[in-house]
Design a protein around this ligand. Structure first.
Ligand code: ZN
Length: 168
């Protein structure tokens, strides 16, 4: 699926539209083309590279708790799909597309965590996020983005839900 970056740039200053348009396109792309573990890698690479811009295979292996050879294998796959460049000495550098995809995956992760928190989930949040983040359709993810925005604007609803789940 083609990524239409021109459309994105036009709408970039409106964050809500970013999710509606660009997020949906990227999400569709992710679902069609990326396995759950590729998504995990891209999300983590993006997380780690936000500070310095580039990271190394060994950093990634440590963060994901896997062996460096497995990381190298996956990194080459992601490079083949145009998400990153893999250079000498194990240096990994996201491409523009990779950075956008990574940002979308991290946004999705954070949104799901906030969603679960808002509806009153208190235990094993991260585990729940990991279980659902790769499995919902882009449309469902988009609806949850909208719902979280809605709940953010009405903190009394979240407080009420939280109270109910604490009682139950
Ligand atoms: Zn995640």
């Amino acid at each position: 699926m083609e990524l239409r970056s021109g459309d994105f740039i036009m709408k970039e200053n409106n964050r809500e539209e970013f999710h509606t348009f660009r997020g949906y396109t990227l999400a569709q792309f992710a679902r069609d083309d990326l396995s759950a573990s590729m998504e995990d890698y891209l999300e983590m690479i993006y997380r780690l590279s936000r500070g310095e811009g580039q990271i190394r295979v060994n950093d990634l292996a440590r963060a994901l708790n896997v062996q460096p050879p497995s990381v190298t294998k996956m990194v080459k796959k992601l490079a083949g799909k145009g998400f990153l460049e893999y250079e000498r000495y194990g240096v990994i550098q996201l491409t523009d597309t990779g950075r956008e995809m990574g940002r979308y995956l991290l946004d999705r992760h954070n949104m799901l965590e906030e969603f679960l928190r808002l509806i009153g989930v208190k235990r094993r949040l991260l585990e729940n996020v990991e279980r659902i983040e790769h499995n919902l359709t882009p449309e469902a993810i988009q609806c949850l983005f909208n719902l979280v925005d809605y709940l953010r604007q009405r903190p009394e609803i979240g407080a009420e839900l939280s109270r109910q789940s604490a009682d139950g």
